[in-house]
Design a protein around this ligand. Structure first.
Ligand code: KG4
Ligand code: ZN
Length: 333
């Protein structure tokens, strides 16, 4: 008999639902929350309210698009963490009621594991073991994946995440939240003419808070001399900041590959949508003779398809949880 799973993702500011049948994604619906643009960042209270509004229509859409009846579902998978508690609570509570009403099992999913397993949503799938650079708004990690559900953290950020570095730079430049995609867009029109120093941290760890401060002082200094400095140099500033963030990420990733001897390299998470990171990884792969894996845009930023894939692997191992499960803001992979 077919295994059909409904997956729910509500860890931050995107409400998403997906349906997977025997490991094949049938639907992946996402409702973004525009409200956070007004505040220059995610407002937790507003995010959980928006999840409340979005969750039923998004789940309905995912079930309809998949062309299945909810009575056919084998299980419900949901993001248990890490993330914003108020946001997670909506998805977890919904999953509990849904599972109870259909009398089907529940599967808890770690959002960061799921970002990595998004690579199994379609071909080409990286062979095991592989290394994954997971870069999102809240995390920056180098992970060794030995089995679908067996992962080892080799390095991570000691302060800000790569996505935060993009978003905080955007705020300094007066760009809307999330600024990552905008910086990517403007960077294409500019040149990396401004230099920002590289942070000094452990071999496989990252630090981005110093970069943010360096950008702040750089802007202050230049605006003092030319009040229109940002407007006149926006594209070059974006190209320079992006080049620095990408070079930091790829340098560490290269060291991880050399240290572990693993030659299959993947990227995941929202920042893996960045065009310079995608092309930079590809170039590094060609130069070093390594295989690289870059997810389709839809599977980079938060989505429930990745929760569905992870849920499917866990279903096969019968890793279910009970109705007493609660969300967790922090949860290591
Ligand atoms: O994985 P994600 O959707 O949510 C979290 O789990 O955090 O990642 C969101 C992050 C934001 O910081 C956003 O600015 C960044 O991913 N991002 C990008 C791009 N698209 C999204 N950063 C750089 N370039 C992009 N094209
Ligand atoms: Zn994410």
């Amino acid at each position: 008999m077919s295994v059909i799973i409904l997956a729910i993702e509500s860890s931050c500011d995107d409400t998403s639902a997906a349906v997977i049948q025997d490991g094949v994604i049938l639907s992946n619906c996402i409702a973004n929350q525009e409200i956070h643009k007004l505040y220059g960042g995610v407002v937790p209270e507003a995010a959980s309210r928006a999840h409340q509004i979005n969750i039923v229509p998004v789940v309905d859409a995912a079930i309809q698009k998949a062309g299945i009846k909810k009575e056919e579902l084998s299980a419900v998978a949901f993001t248990r963490g890490p993330g914003l508690i108020g946001s997670l609570l909506v998805g977890v509570s919904f999953a509990k009621s849904f599972a109870m009403s259909l009398d089907i099992p529940m599967i808890e999913v770690n959002h960061m594991q799921a970002h990595i397993l998004a690579h199994y949503a379609e071909d080409p799938k990286p062979p095991l073991p592989f290394l994954c650079l997971t870069v999102s708004g809240g995390h920056t990690q180098i992970v060794k994946v030995t089995d679908h559900l067996e992962m080892e953290l080799l390095g991570s950020t000691i302060d800000d995440a790569a996505g935060e570095a993009f978003d905080k730079t955007g705020k300094l430049l007066g760009l809307d939240y999330p600024a990552g995609p905008l910086i990517d867009k403007y960077a294409k029109l500019g040149k990396p003419v401004f230099e920002f120093t590289e942070p000094k941290v452990g071999e496989l760890d990252f630090s981005f808070s110093g970069l943010k401060t360096a950008i702040l002082y750089f802007l202050r200094r230049n605006i003092k001399e030319n009040p229109n400095f940002i407007e006149e140099n926006l594209n070059d500033i974006c190209a320079s900041v992006q080049a620095r963030i990408v070079s930091i990420l790829l340098k560490k990733f290269k060291v991880a590959a050399q240290k572990t001897g693993i030659q299959h390299l993947a990227i995941a998470g929202g920042v893996s949508a960045n065009s310079a990171l995608r092309s930079g990884l590809e170039e590094m792969g060609k130069e070093m003779g390594w295989e690289t894996y870059i997810p389709r845009f839809e599977y980079c930023t938060d989505n429930a398809a990745m929760i569905a894939v992870t849920g499917y692997f866990k279903y096969l191992k019968k890793e279910f949880v009970g109705q007493d499960v609660i969300p967790v803001a922090r949860w290591s992979i």
